[in-house]
Design a protein. Structure first.
Length: 403
């Protein structure tokens, strides 16, 4: 992983951390606001799963295109544009109770939020060089956003309804916008950073997709992609039916937000300890082990008999997520190379969105057939078996464990 040899000023660091704070936690805020809103319109598990899953459709198709644009034109410009559109779209959610309209808004919001997150990661790789020290601080900022946002959304819902919840979420998009405006320009500018954005830039290029998929053959990138699918699938469980299940057993939106906050608080501090744990376990194996933990501690949700035990499982999941994220970021930066940071991040985002799109739909189908409780356990078992398969793959190829 990248060392911390390159020093960056606080003026350069803080906007990058702030961009990560607001963009990465956007899905945590929507995981509170949207399921609660949908439950007032159509509480069918299948409908909820489809509406939540469609958020990832456009990022799945266009993440690589967006990452390639950031490599050519600079990440800051696209972050500013997409965050402005995203803020407007979020404020439109409470104006409609029509599911097809919500699906359209969800797709646009998903793309804008994804571009903000890709931009934050690309800026981290270019401006802060992906060092271990900065990676831990960046991950701390990411978790701080997840710590602050969900209880604010839960409180706003309980006291002000949909307008309050989506108003807070729209404020998060404004935070991405301000971070982009304050962000420093890189020492080495993107090749076409000086020119204006043209309509032709909006059209995807096949060559960009080929270049991105070639990155997948790099050993470090291969591991990141495999683990990303599993890690994000576990997050997909939390971002979809976790809130619905907890509400069904009588837990208020404010307390649901506190559970998400508990996980984020532990994750924020565990991300700062990654250097300590890599003394005892190689980064790749630590990434796999903590990914398995993140799957386990969300899938056992129906087995937790009280709010206190739910808080314990949320904290343990947060511990695992906090350790795995900086490992993925540093391995990803090293594997991508300086000129392909956007494409490397976008490739991981594509795998991320595929898992995020399929998980709610699959879980909704399982819930419709076997019940909501069983869907957690079935999804956990399937993802756990997949993690064991990845472990066997790495075990048989020792050189990958040293990537």
């Amino acid at each position: 992983m990248a060392s911390g040899g390159n020093k960056a000023s606080l003026r350069m660091q803080v906007p990058v951390y702030a961009a990560g704070l607001f963009s990465n936690s956007m899905s945590d805020l929507m995981a509170i606001a949207l399921p609660l809103y949908l439950a007032t319109i159509d509480n069918s598990p299948t409908t909820i799963g489809i509406v939540i899953g469609v958020r990832h459709f456009l990022p799945l198709l266009l993440a690589i295109h967006g990452g390639a644009l950031m490599d050519r034109l600079g990440a800051r410009r696209l972050m500013i544009l997409c965050s402005l559109v995203g803020a407007i779209v979020l404020l439109l959610f409470p104006t409609t109770g029509y599911i097809p309209a919500i699906i359209v808004l969800q797709m646009i919001n998903g793309l804008c939020a994804s571009m903000g997150w890709i931009g934050a990661q690309t800026s981290f790789g270019i401006l802060l060089h992906g060092s271990v020290a900065y990676s831990g601080r960046f991950s701390f900022a990411l978790r701080l956003g997840s710590f602050l946002g969900p209880p604010m959304v839960g409180f706003a819902w309980d006291h002000f309804g949909p307008w309050g919840a989506f108003g807070v979420t729209g404020g998060w998009a404004v935070g991405i916008l301000i971070s982009g405006l304050l962000m420093a320009s890189p020492a080495i500018a993107a090749p076409e950073a000086a020119r204006r954005l043209r309509m032709s830039d909006l059209l995807p290029r096949l060559s960009d997709y080929r270049a991105a998929f070639r990155l997948a053959t790099i050993p470090g990138m291969t591991i990141v992609l495999m683990v990303t699918v599993l890690r994000i699938a576990a997050s997909g469980i939390q971002d979809s039916f976790y809130t619905v299940y907890l509400q069904s057993i009588g837990i208020s939106a404010t307390r649901i937000g506190l559970l998400v906050t508990a996980a984020a608080a532990v994750a924020a501090f565990s991300s700062l300890t990654v250097s300590f744990f890599t003394r005892w376990m190689t980064p790749v194996w630590l990434l796999i082990v903590t990914t398995f933990g993140s799957i386990l501690f969300v899938s056992i949700t129906p087995l937790m008999g009280s709010f206190e035990w739910l808080a314990v499982s949320a904290a343990l999941r947060g511990f695992c997520m906090g350790l795995s994220q900086p490992l993925m970021l540093s391995i990803l930066v090293d594997a991508s190379g300086r000129g392909s940071q956007g494409k490397g991040v976008a490739l991981r985002t594509t795998a991320n969105r595929a898992a995020s799109a399929l998980t709610p739909v699959a879980m909704g189908a399982i819930a419709g057939f076997a019940g909501l409780d069983a869907s957690f356990l079935v999804m956990g078992a399937l993802l756990g078996l997949a993690t064991l398969a990845v472990s066997a793959y790495v075990w048989r190829r020792p050189h990958l464990a040293q990537a």
